[in-house]
Ligand binder design. Structure first.
Ligand code: ADP
Length: 544
């Protein structure tokens, strides 16, 4: 027997309809690519999204299932494209401009993007790339007529002119909630990037999940600033969970340096924000250089994408009075998988014990299930010390990659193998010890590169640290710690090793410390271990 409740497919434009009707005047403040701050609200964005949807049908020939790409910063216009194109039944494919150009071309061709909506910033990049993506019909440039560039792009269209030709009274179509609406490729550090195809249902459920109290707790009194780009794994849901909760939005646009982020945080009275650790490192350095500056409104900072060092968390909590939520996830998970928030049980821990737990990547909210297994697929205990392969399940987690790539990551029972190695403690807090391909295997045992890096970052004079495993004649692999010194610091190998001494078991101690000017990063801001291992190929440890 079926229930007698209304049919109400979970379509993403319902999220914007809700925000427009019930939180219509909540502001959306963006730093525009043209320069000045731009102010709008949910009611206006909703009207313009409908106009865009109608113009996409009439002028660009889009219909249900059409794929378009965006190469754009977080601004109100990018938001309008998401809701307008998804709302008319199209698929928005977000392109990461930080990828190598050959990878971008591969992705655009693989996804069969029909049009590319681009910010002014990326016009030169796309001009160079356009011959490699011949099926793309043209480029919509996110600006007004006054700022249209002189460009060799084929079929350049001005975004504001396109919207002006549309109908604000456009009625969203109704369709199945499992219809695809968004696409994002993983960065493909090994092999080609793989496409993740989000559905309306998965985006709405994930947006609601992230707004939950024990997740990001998004409320209508909040002002949310996704610094994490919309082209990186759905901006960690904030473009959905902010309008679901009725929170105002602040969009940082193209400027992500410490001073610019500080300006947006204070100008917009931001209460919750989210980004990878490197962004917060830049902000904290700027604040350190300007000791009078404070963050009085900022209530919580969500940090993820790579392990958040203790020094960053403590600076926010102890110096600026903002709470930090350490989060973990991945593109395939829409992307949030766990968040480090307290429970009834951990609330009674001492401050010191709570910090040990808080530094972990957190607990899964409702709609994410997780387990750790050995290589044979057997579940491992939640004792906080046994590490295993981390596998996940849920309605906003991929069940396959686009066009059937990467089948090995999915098992018959529906678990997705994240490629991460983790422990889960008796309180249910998961801790990532490594990416499976980055663990350091010494004498048959595993050393966590992430833990070595975190502890090294607490050493005064260390700006950034990366631990990699290099071949060793006796132990198979041994850890090398690669360090970037803080500006003006003369810290030595022995200083760093002395700092680690006593904080790790003896056999985890790096065999050497190498100082470099810069550590390479991937297009999603993670340390590129692959590149580091290549750079240090043939490195001889002292005494070998
Ligand atoms: P990419 O395209 O670079 O793979 P993702 O965002 O999908 O981008 O990367 C997901 C991976 O990032 C995870 O599998 C995990 O290894 C790492 N990661 C994400 N958040 C954290 C975190 N808080 N701590 C440690 N690693 C993390």
């Amino acid at each position: 027997m079926r229930g007698l409740m209304q049919e109400f497919p979970l379509l993403v434009h319902r999220v914007l309809d809700h925000a427009a009707r019930w939180h219509g005047t909540r502001p959306i403040i963006s730093r525009s690519v043209e320069g000045p701050l731009h102010r709008t609200d949910y009611a206006t964005v909703s009207r313009r999204s409908r106009a865009l949807a109608s113009a996409c049908e009439a002028r660009l020939g889009l219909s249900m299932g059409s794929v378009i790409a965006t190469m754009a910063w977080n601004t109100w216009r990018h938001l309008e494209i998401w809701y307008g194109v998804m709302g008319m039944g199209g698929i928005v494919h977000t392109l990461n401009p930080r990828l190598f150009t050959d990878q971008i071309a591969y992705i655009v061709n693989h996804a069969e993007d029909q049009w590319i909506f681009t910010d002014l910033t990326f016009v030169p990049l796309l001009e160079k790339l356009q011959d490699q993506i011949p099926h793309v019909k043209g480029f919509i440039i996110l600006t007004d007529e006054a700022h249209m560039p002189n460009t060799t792009l084929r079929n350049p269209i001005c975004y504001e002119t396109l919207i002006a030709s549309g109908d604000e009274a456009y009625a969203w179509p109704e369709f199945d909630e499992n219809t695809a609406c968004g696409m994002c490729y993983t960065s493909g550090t090994t092999g080609h990037p793989k496409g993740v195809l989000y559905s309306h249902r998965s985006n709405v459920l994930h947006g609601m999940m992230c707004a939950l109290g024990d997740a990001m707790a998004i409320k209508s009194i909040d002002v949310a600033m996704p610094v994490v780009p919309m082209f990186h794994a759905n901006a960690w849901s904030l473009a959905f969970s902010a309008p679901i909760g009725g929170a105002a939005l602040v969009m940082p646009g193209p400027k992500l340096d410490g001073a610019s982020i500080y300006e947006m945080l204070t100008e917009g009275c931001v209460t919750i924000t989210a980004a990878v650790p490197t962004v917060w490192l830049m902000l904290l350095q700027y604040l350190e250089q300007n000791p009078d500056l404070r963050l009085p409104q900022l209530n919580r900072v969500v940090i993820g994408g790579s392990a958040c060092p203790e020094s960053i968390m403590k600076a926010f909590v102890e110096t600026y009075g903002s709470d930090v939520i350490h989060a973990w996830g991945m593109t395939e998970m829409s992307p949030i998988g766990s968040l480090g928030v307290p429970t009834g049980q951990t609330n009674s821990l001492s401050a010191e014990d709570w910090w040990t737990v808080k530094l972990k990547q957190g607990r899964p909210p409702f709609m994410v299930d997780m387990k750790i297994t050995d290589d044979g697929g057997n579940a491992l205990p939640h004792d906080g010390t046994t590490f295993g392969r981390l596998k996940v399940k849920g309605p906003a987690i991929a069940r396959s990659y686009y066009k059937g790539d990467g089948v090995n990551a999915f098992d018959a029972e529906g678990w997705f193998d994240t490629g991460d190695v983790a422990t889960i403690d008796p309180h249910g807090y998961m801790q990532i010890t490594d990416r499976a391909k980055d663990v350091i295997k010494s004498g048959g045992e595993w050393i966590s590169s992430i833990e070595l890096e975190n502890i090294a970052l607490g050493c005064p004079g260390v700006h950034e640290a990366a631990a990699i495993g290099l071949p060793h004649p006796r132990w198979d692999e041994r850890p090398l710690l690669v360090v970037v010194r803080r500006q003006g610091s003369a810290i030595s190998r022995d200083d760093v090793l002395r700092h680690l001494d006593g904080k790790i078991v003896k056999w985890w101690m790096p065999d050497d410390v190498a100082f470099v000017d810069e550590i390479p990063h991937t297009a999603t801001g993670k340390i590129s271990k692959l590149e580091l291992r290549t750079r240090f190929k043939g490195y001889a440890f002292p005494g070998t």
